[in-house]
Design a protein around this ligand. Structure first.
Ligand SMILES: [Zn+2]
Ligand SMILES: [Zn+2]
Length: 264
């Protein structure tokens, strides 16, 4: 019996910082690096990972909660930094000396072990991307945060995933009754904002397949959402068909490790 795997550790998620660690046998990748360098190193050490072993850092978009220490970390750890050209320009990163850029739907291979497919998603002033990750054993994992709505293309790719980490940013009535000014409420709930719990539930319902084993809800707003609200709203919509596990990634992290693997 030979077990190949992809381990996923959410190092923390929310408006004050996002980062997710992916590990296969010989390869380690970070998706986003939105904490201070000190904080990300602390979280990696809690996950028992030497930062010097991170092969690559993918930055989904330029907002600080996803990009904050990415360049510093890549230089200090010797990790290759990847993003699209628009994000590089917004960050002021040199696309030759600082980072490698990729186009939409252009697959990037890291050490011939982890393959990453970037899919454009609508978000504010950002050229944001969702990432579909595979490690060659037939399993795929999707990572989706910071989007106002799901595109047809994104849903097509999510349909084949064994694991999905997806934002459930706000509860609609909590947002509307909450303290934010109307303009911010409109921005968050608009096409370029974030997904509400019910939007996320609807997307998961639409893309549900028997192969989906685990879901992580992430990027929850601490003012306009709560873990039990997000989880119950999603479960209410998908419980009939979904037989896997559901987790919540919180701002504090890292709190759990998910293994997406197949026995061969
Ligand atoms: Zn964000
Ligand atoms: Zn953002």
């Amino acid at each position: 019996m030979f077990v190949m795997g992809l381990q996923i550790t959410h190092l923390g998620s929310g408006s004050r910082g996002n980062s997710t660690l992916l590990e296969s046998d010989d390869c380690k990748v970070l998706i986003d690096c939105g904490f201070s360098l000190k904080q990300i190193e602390k979280r990696l050490s809690r996950a028992e990972v030497d930062p010097g072993l991170i092969d690559a850092i993918f930055v989904t978009h330029h907002h600080g909660d996803h990009s904050k220490s990415a360049l510093m970390a890549s230089k200090k750890w010797g990790s290759r930094l990847y993003c699209n050209i628009e994000t590089a320009m917004k960050m002021g990163w040199n696309p030759i000396s600082d980072c490698r850029t990729f186009g939409s739907l252009e697959r990037v291979e890291v050490r011939n072990e982890i393959s990453v497919l970037p899919i454009p998603i609508p978000h504010d002033d950002a050229e944001n991307i969702a990432l579909i990750v595979s490690n060659g054993d037939g399993n795929r994992a999707g990572f989706v945060t910071d989007l106002g709505e799901a595109t047809v293309e994104l849903k097509r790719h999510l349909r084949g995933c064994t694991h999905i980490s997806i934002e459930a940013n706000y509860d609609h009535s909590k947002l509307m009754q909450g303290p934010y000014p109307d303009s911010l409420k409109r921005r968050i709930s608009g096409r370029g904002g974030h997904l509400s719990n019910s939007q996320t539930a609807e997307i998961l319902k639409e893309i549900m397949n028997p192969g989906l084993k685990s879901i992580v809800l992430c990027h929850l707003s601490d003012k306009n959402n709560a873990p039990h609200i997000a989880e119950s709203e999603v479960l209410m919509r998908i419980a009939d068909e979904f037989k896997g596990q559901i987790f919540i990634s919180e701002q504090s992290g890292p709190d759990f490790k998910i293994d997406v693997s197949v026995e061969k």
